[in-house]
Design a protein around this ligand. Structure first.
Ligand code: AHR
Length: 511
């Protein structure tokens, strides 16, 4: 179909009333990568009400809990299938001293959270509480070690405390109630060491990294996966220096990318114009190009792709909601956030030759959260619903698909696709197709065609709301919730459906 794009106040709008996209699914293509569950990872930080209230209320709380973890949040996270959880920061990690968070809770020292609103916390959520939470959720822990203000010895001993079967750290752990070591695979050696994690140059940090990483040992069969702190956004030089100086000593290199256009004017999470909507989406999907550029640098130094890229912080970052502590980064979450999540996850699934993990910031009550709480109340955000709908892709085999869609030009001049799709095949042979229509003003009719497959049955779920700034609020019926999608029709070797404006659909196709 011919698409006419007009520029209006630097914002492009497609003038046709309905778009049509043909998606050719190459389901017979050989040797495709398995989509690592890790790209559906989460991030939790001692920041605002992420840990305290959001996850941990303590065993004596009136809020229903299992050993101190709030029951409603744990149940919601189990349904999400969280593959990996990063902790304790973020910037917080580089001022966190793990020994303050072990032993009897009443004896633990109090800590001023210098990064996040100077909140005083009592260290009641520490190593045991975090690693036991991971066991409860069936998630892999990703420990973010303190390089900025911690010593090599402190990090080395933390690893020993968590993972060794014998020795004085293991004995201390046993005295604190845990005989058996935990399995801890992922160790981040510093966070944002170019900023809040030590304000270092890449050249300096690459040496520091090697020193800390050297003494983080493998104990009792536990095999660490050591992650060097990587770049922010477009800092390709950081990636280059790290790869040049330290590639042989790392298993992974991180990257942070937030959907922010202007740090001084982040805008409201719920009150935005169409221009702002497209701008945030366009900035978000720019991650595709940013990943490609970092990957190309990594390829030059590591053509075998031994070293993983981990996007261990990403997501939207808006103004703090009025009335909340400005240092706590609490923001609401609308259908716009759902569109960002859906389009970014579709992109990540196409980068898994190098990208092995992504951790959205953050899991509860901070930035683009899955879950928001207010005392005993809890809501699931639109972003949560996308992650839950998309979890069918975890560990499924990627299936290539191509399509030609229209383009949108955002107010900041970014050009983005006006449609997004990704396909995978799970162990049972079912195909899952995740589709997103970011257009605010028009539906998209999609025709999926297959090479050999004869679809027998199609079912699906849709996330769509009357308004794109709809969100789920405390004490109100959910304004954004997934519903069964019955609009897909099988016609021969094709499946046809129409995506409403600003909607996300995940289909399951049995052949
Ligand atoms: O997610 C909030 C903060 O953003 C993290 O603490 C930090 O790593 C990043 O700058």
């Amino acid at each position: 179909m011919k698409k006419i794009i007009v520029l209006f106040s630097a914002l492009a709008v497609c003038v046709s009333l309905q778009a049509q996209v043909k998606v050719a699914v190459h389901e017979t293509a050989q040797e495709q990568p398995v989509i690592p569950a890790g790209i559906y990872g989460q991030f939790s930080e001692h920041l605002g009400r992420c840990i305290y209230e959001g996850i941990w209320v303590g065993p004596g709380s009136d809020i229903p809990n299992v050993d101190g973890y709030r029951t409603d949040v744990v149940d919601a996270l189990k349904a999400l299938k969280v593959p990996v959880l990063r902790w304790p920061g973020g910037c917080f990690a580089d001022e966190y001293h793990w020994m303050d968070g072990i032993g009897p809770r009443e004896n633990r020292p109090k800590l001023v959270n210098n990064n996040w609103g100077s909140t005083v916390e009592d260290n009641s959520f520490g190593t045991h509480e975090f690693l036991n939470l991971c066991e409860l959720l069936g998630t892999q822990p990703y420990i973010s070690g303190n390089v900025g203000s911690g010593t090599v010895e402190e990090m080395a001993k933390w690893v020993e405390y968590m993972t060794a079967e014998n020795g004085s750290m293991a004995e201390l752990r046993a005295r604190n109630g845990r005989e058996k070591p935990w399995k801890v695979k992922y160790l981040g050696v510093g966070n944002e060491t170019w900023g809040c994690g030590g304000d270092m140059t890449a050249e300096y940090y690459s040496d520091v990294y090697k020193r800390y990483a050297l003494y983080a040992r493998n104990y009792s069969g536990n095999q660490l996966f050591k992650v060097a702190c990587g770049a922010s956004d477009y800092d390709y030089n950081w990636t280059r220096v790290m790869m040049k100086n330290a590639a042989s000593k790392m298993d992974g290199l991180s990257l942070h990318y937030y959907s922010i256009i202007d740090w001084n004017h982040k805008g409201s999470a719920i009150d935005f114009t169409p221009e702002e909507y497209y701008d945030i989406l366009a900035k978000s999907v720019e991650i595709d190009e940013v990943l490609r550029n970092h990957e190309a640098i990594m390829d030059a130094y590591d053509p075998q792709r031994r070293i993983a890229l981990l996007l261990d912080e990403w997501g939207t970052w808006f103004n703090v909601e009025p009335g909340y502590n400005p240092g706590h980064l609490f923001q609401q979450n609308t259908m716009r956030d759902a569109m960002v999540a859906a389009m970014c996850l579709n992109i990540f699934q196409k980068h898994t030759a190098r990208l092995k993990m992504a951790n959205i910031a953050q899991i509860v009550n901070v930035l683009q959260a899955m879950i928001l709480t207010k005392g005993p109340q809890m809501v699931l955000t639109p972003t949560y619903h996308v992650f839950r709908m998309y979890n069918v892709h975890q560990e499924a085999t990627f299936v290539p698909a191509d399509y030609n869609c229209g383009k949108l030009v955002s107010a900041s001049g970014r050009i983005m696709d006006d449609f997004s799709a990704c396909v995978s095949r799970d162990a049972s042979g079912a195909l899952h197709v995740s589709l997103a229509n970011p257009n605010l003003d028009k539906p998209v009719t999609v025709e999926l065609s297959f090479e050999q497959l004869k679809p027998k049955k199609v079912s699906g779920e849709i996330l769509h709301a009357g308004k794109v700034n709809a969100y789920n609020d405390f004490g109100k019926a959910p304004a954004v919730a997934p519903a069964a999608f019955t609009g897909a029709k099988i016609i021969g070797r094709t499946v046809k459906l129409t995506l409403p404006a600003a909607s996300v659909v995940v289909l399951e196709i049995d052949a």
